[in-house]
Design a protein around this ligand. Structure first.
Ligand SMILES: *Cc1c(COP(=O)(O)O)cnc(C)c1O
Length: 376
């Protein structure tokens, strides 16, 4: 059998090829490549999907976070609380506006921001909290929002790994002041290039983000503020419009595959993913914890099962974050998990046969060493 990849983008493209090519052709026939009808329509459609008023298409997820922070007036001298257990872009966005990242540890069940850690991270300079809905699982937003409101902080959700996920029935991205999504090609909703989107119920934030993304300009060659170039291009917007109506169905299939994995692997691995009653999980990745992770990973690879590690080095221990002054031991849950986590192949088009192969391979790789030696 062919190796089973962590993610198979060709499978999705093959099943929607014609619609996608038609959409790209429509853009090229019109030859409006930026700030045109596709972006405007995608913004409306994605905002409606999330149940919010405004959508602002941007060039990628990092810029989405960056523009959201800028729209909230966050900059030099300000502090933003987020998790070390995230992709580095969350931290980059904070640094890019000149603010300082203050890390907190994650909840051991959900891998997302632990609301109980907020109080000790709060200072006079704290302006915002940036929870990350990691792996497709929402952060526990109610206590985060309550803390933020009590201390007059804005909440910017990094929903880059959770397009379509829900928290107590509400779409992630619609709960905080601004929700930010990467639409990078590997995400549950992904462009064929770079893309991102911000959603908000605030007309003021939406208008500020629109101004920033297009060189601080509303009228051509008149620049009200120093902005940047962070526009969503029309080809990507058109592709995203084709894909958006399929997102819920794709997420449903991800959940079904995840449930099959969890039934088979509970008790085999040290931990299967959390299933909080309030969480509509969309399984951007399916992450288990195993002892001896690197050995297990190599054995799976030898059996044609390709896995990932999201992420092997927590942000606070990255050289890029050295100036923030953190050290090993600061965030015990994040650090312990970095050595144990393993992402198994998961995408909507995964077949029953592939799922069986993954399960058998994981069972074999996680069996006690005597049992493994007797097998091949
Ligand atoms: C993918 C991702 C981003 C960054 O998105 P880009 O589109 O690659 O800039 C930010 N935060 C998280 C949690 C992500 O997974």
């Amino acid at each position: 059998m062919a190796p089973i990849p962590l993610l198979d983008l060709r499978a999705q493209y093959q099943s929607h090829r014609e619609e996608i090519l038609n959409a790209i052709e429509r853009v090229l026939d019109g030859m409006t490549l930026f700030l045109g009808p596709e972006q405007a329509a995608f913004e409306r459609e994605f905002a409606a999907y999330c149940g919010v008023e405004h959508g602002v298409g941007v060039s990628n997820g990092t810029d989405a976070l960056n523009l959201a922070l800028r729209a909230c007036g966050i900059g030099a001298g300000d502090e933003v609380i987020t998790v070390s257990n995230t992709f580095i872009a969350t931290v980059e966005a904070i640094s890019l506006v000149g603010a300082r990242t203050v890390f907190v540890d994650v909840d051991p069940e959900t891998y997302t921001l632990d609301p109980n850690q907020l109080a000790k991270a709060l200072t006079q300079r704290t302006r915002a909290i940036m929870p990350v809905h990691l792996f497709g699982h929402p952060a526990d937003m109610d206590p985060i929002m309550a803390f933020a409101r009590e201390h007059h902080l804005v909440v910017i959700e990094d929903a880059s790994q959770a397009q379509g996920a829900t928290y107590k029935g509400k779409r992630v991205g619609s709960i905080g002041d601004i929700g930010c999504f990467s639409l990078y090609y590997s995400k549950n909703l992904g462009a064929y290039g770079e893309a991102g989107v911000c959603v908000t119920n605030s007309a003021e934030y939406a208008s500020a983000m629109r101004l920033f993304r297009d060189h601080g300009s509303r009228v051509r060659y008149q620049h009200e503020i120093i902005g940047t170039n962070a526009r969503l291009d029309e080809i990507q917007a058109a592709v995203l419009r084709v894909k958006l109506p399929y997102l819920d169905g794709w997420n449903e299939r991800r959940r079904e595959h995840a449930a099959t994995y969890t039934r088979a692997l509970t008790g085999v691995v040290s931990a299967t993913p959390s299933a909080q009653p309030w969480a509509g999980h969309v399984f951007y990745v399916y992450v288990v914890r195993v002892a001896d992770r690197d050995r297990v990973r190599h054995e799976l690879e030898a059996q044609g099962v390709l896995t990932g590690v999201h992420y092997p080095i927590p942000c606070h221990l990255q050289p890029a974050c050295a100036d923030l002054g953190y050290a090993r031991g600061d965030f015990p849950v994040t650090e312990a998990y970095a050595d144990q986590i393993l992402s198994l192949p998961l995408y909507p088009e995964l077949t029953a046969e592939q799922i069986e192969t993954v399960i058998d391979s994981v069972k074999h790789a996680c069996a006690p060493s005597e049992a493994r030696a007797g097998h091949n």
